[in-house]
Design a protein. Structure first.
Length: 46
């Protein structure tokens, strides 16, 4: 019974982790070195 819940938690975390990685990659790719135009990247990841 507990294994089923752990399995669901792990399966739920995988898409969230991948989504966060893609969003951060997109922000880094889209901003590059232009720090003035990318306040989100500076605020969250600096």
């Amino acid at each position: 019974m507990i294994e089923f819940f752990i399995f669901r938690i792990v399966l739920g975390l995988i898409p969230i982790t991948l989504a966060v990685l893609f969003v951060t990659d997109y922000l880094q790719y889209g901003c590059g070195d232009q720090l003035d135009l990318c306040l989100i990247n500076i605020y969250f990841f600096d």
